[in-house]
Design a protein around this ligand. Sequence first.
Ligand code: CP
Length: 332
Amino acid sequence: MQVIEAFPPVENIANLQLNPDGGLRHLLTLKGLQKGLLIDLLDHAERFVAPPGRPAARSNSLAGRTVANLFFEPSTRTRASFDLAGKRLGADVLNLDVNTSSRKKGESILDTIYTLQAMQVDVMVVRDASAGVPAYIARHVDDHVSILNAGESDVSHPTQGLLDLLTIRQRKGRFENLVVAIVGDIAHSRVARSAAEGLDTLGVGELRLISPPMLAPDADDMPSAKLFDNLDEGLRDADVVMALRIQRERIGSLDGIPGIDEYFANYGISAERMRIAAPDAIIMHPGPMNRGIEIESALADSPASVITQQVANGVAVRMAVLERVCKSMDRR
Ligand code: CP
């Protein structure tokens, strides 16, 4: 049994994330975070990027701290990278097995959180299918606890946004005059929302969102983006192309969603399709990928693909965020 809980919206989430001195207290959303803070996080993450094959970056900066991973939705990349990030910084890391946790016996999420807080957990990394959970928890925890959003319904995935920004900056060196095209199920994508928020703050040249009409966002959802339902038009001269999977777990009825062959023909990104984009365009994907549906398998493994670089950057970004919130704990 799991109780049905309501998570009332929290006002001023952007302010809730910061200490009075401007340091990062929680990471709930990229929306409203200042450009300088985003750049600081990207610069800090660069320090933890090690070339492939070299030993991973390590430090003992989180010795004595405890990080708990609370994933109430499936995850491979985000959960594994938060786990590695905490351990590589010397923290104690607890991965709560939600399938055997007392939430299954009807315990509320706040009682779960208060239980871990009493065990002196400093950072709670939370993924949940319900909108509003990370901010709701952040509103209720003690001063010494930080909450990191590891994926919130279709609303927000801020560390994914940061790792996408870092990867784009590494490959393109800039955001200005850059055309970024995100393709697929935009309507249900927290990845697209966080990318759009971060790119907007960092001054991207142009953001295009390409999707079938039934998977398009509301017109006022990402107001600075241009919406396309024709893939070829949206890809024209794009510098960065990001493919997204269809978020079937968030779609009530699949009526009207094209079948695999039709979807790939109209919205799948292939090497041939990439010829419409800029000659040195990169292809990104947050994972998990559905090869042969939203992305051609050979393209995912091609030199244009930066997908494994995104994964590597995920660890570096999460190390940077953990260090920043723990540093601000020392000043509280
Ligand atoms: N990109 C991403 O969030 O992947 P996981 O669901 O595997 O964590």
